[in-house]
Design a protein. Structure first.
Length: 334
């Protein structure tokens, strides 16, 4: 994700001094002590599969538990967004709001007149209406110079339209996140085995549209489900950390939580969460200040000053809402 986590430094154990280094150390029962197999470094996880298929395992911790899922980045133009119709129908508040909006759109007064009444209204056109109509006729007689100015404006509008189309094309080419989800629900699995079983099952999901999905379903093994440290997100710790006050805020934890929340809210179509994290929002200001402090230098000093202006209670309440909205669209799988 571009933000390194805390570096863990392992210190090698030192063997205690023995009276005679030539004699093997004996335990109380069996003689020579067995070597500790846990002392050696763990074997590195083979990332070849994920690098080749451009899909990554992800681990997300939420208040309800920790689970594994998958994430990929692809151009927006190549993806079909997750269908949230069924999910939104399950939300009674959202469903009611949609009904009200549809009623407002359909609430148009229609007056039907018979032919006699229509002719009467047409004959009762007063002088002021005629004058307005005559004025419009005069306006239609615009001269050649006016036409040229209009044509020039039309050309400028066409250029603006082309620029907008170019901007839209660039947006479509931007890589966006897509998760292992279905109908607007994030699929989280409590064990690597259950995740692999789902991948092999052929069940519908939003990642199946990727051209590398079939190959993943044929090759993936439970041992492959080992997320990198930067792909592990502890959303369950964010609110508690913010409540502790400015001096206890964990920059790495909060920055990475923000990245995960943005990815999830985009992929799962959660506009309320996107708005809360959008540029200029209080939580975005928090994120920018945390990044400044993490980068060091004079920016860190300015970042710390900005952090002091951000209320811990406001930040924790905002993040509690975000975590709650994400948790509400999780489909836990055993």
């Amino acid at each position: 994700m571009g933000n390194p986590k805390h570096t863990e430094v392992s210190v090698a154990r030192q063997s205690p001094q023995r009276p005679d280094a030539d004699e093997p150390e004996l335990d109380d029962t069996t003689g020579a002590a067995e070597p500790d197999e846990t002392d050696g470094p763990s074997a590195p996880v083979d990332r070849a599969l994920w690098d080749e298929l451009r899909i990554d395992p992800v681990e997300i911790a939420l208040p309800a538990g920790t689970g594994f899922t998958l994430r990929a980045y692809r151009p927006a133009s190549s993806l079909t967004p997750t269908d949230v119709t069924e999910r939104d129908l399950d939300d009674p508040f959202l469903a009611r709001r949609q009904v009200i909006e549809e009623e407002d759109e359909d609430d148009e007064t229609v007056v039907i007149l018979d032919e006699d009444l229509a002719e009467e209204f047409a004959d009762d056109e007063d002088e002021s209406t005629r004058r307005r109509r005559d004025g419009n006729a005069d306006a239609d007689d615009e001269d050649e110079s006016t036409r040229r100015r209009r044509d020039g404006n039309a050309d400028a509008d066409d250029a603006d339209d082309e620029a907008d189309e170019d901007a839209t094309d660039e947006a479509d080419d931007e890589e966006v996140p897509v998760f292992l989800s279905n109908q607007g629900k994030l699929l989280l699995f409590k064990t690597p085995e259950s995740l692999v079983s789902f991948i092999r099952s052929g069940a519908p999901n939003d990642l199946s549209q990727l051209d590398s999905w079939n190959e993943l379903s044929e090759r993936v093994e439970p041992a492959d489900i080992a997320p990198l440290e930067e792909d592990t997100y502890e959303l369950d710790l964010v609110v508690e950390n913010l409540r502790g006050g400015h001096d206890t805020w964990d920059s790495t934890l909060l920055i990475e939580a923000g990245e995960a929340a943005r990815d999830l809210s985009y992929a799962l179509r959660l506009p309320a969460v996107l708005d809360m994290l959008s540029a200029g929002s209080s939580l975005d200001d928090l994120d920018e200040a945390l990044r400044a402090t993490a980068n060091g230098g004079i920016g860190a000093f300015m970042g710390r000053r900005r952090l002091k202006k951000i209320g811990a209670q406001t930040a924790s309440l905002g993040w509690r809402t975000i975590v709650g909205k994400i948790s509400a669209v999780v489909d836990w799988r055993d």
